[in-house]
Design a protein around this ligand. Structure first.
Ligand SMILES: [Cu+2]
Length: 181
């Protein structure tokens, strides 16, 4: 009888020692179970990642045939594309001003930059001329008729703020060229 009792106690002790281990193991598993709910969170992000890659690849296709995204800033060079623009609903007779403007109203460059201005007359009125003119010291005068476009290139040797304007639509059709030191 005492042997049976001893065996029973031994069995109970074994169960008691194993059970905490089991629960510890369960806790370890439990902690990974807790991590698993986080794992379903990334899957919603995963569909986004292909979209981002797609967008970037589209940008790459749109901007660079070499497959890299160009920085669009060549040291010492700046190219500006400028279009004529029209402010809608300007009653020119009542206000005594034109509704014309440049689409870009501020140009920023560094001293020494080789600046290229590309000016496009996109005015719907066929008789309307526009100019992109800068006085001293740069002496730029691009004059374009209907659907024309022309370029001008100069070096920004002098710092300061310089007004550019259209000879035909003063004083409203103006902008500022800022040349930083
Ligand atoms: Cu003009």
């Amino acid at each position: 009888m005492s042997v049976v009792l001893f065996l029973t106690i031994l069995l109970l002790c074994t169960i008691l020692t194993i059970t905490p281990l089991g629960s510890v193991l369960k806790n370890v598993n439990g902690s990974t179970d807790e991590d698993e709910p986080d794992q379903p969170v990334p899957p919603p992000e995963e569909p986004d990642q292909p979209d981002q890659v797609e967008e970037i690849s589209n940008m790459t296709l749109a901007t660079g045939p070499g497959g890299t995204i160009p920085s669009m800033s060549t040291p010492g060079e700046k190219t500006f594309y400028m279009f004529t623009s029209e402010v809608e609903d300007v009653n020119e007779e009542k206000l005594k001003i034109a509704g014309d403007s440049f689409d870009v109203k501020t140009l920023i460059a560094n001293k020494g930059d080789k600046i290229t201005l590309k000016f496009y007359n996109v005015d719907e009125v066929q008789t309307e001329r526009h100019s992109l003119t800068i006085g001293d010291p740069y002496k730029v005068d691009i004059d374009v008729g209907f659907a024309e476009n022309k370029n001008a290139t100069f070096t920004a040797n002098q710092t300061g703020v310089f007004t550019y304007y259209c000879k035909y639509h003063l004083p409203v059709m103006t902008g500022q060229l800022l040349v930083l030191p």
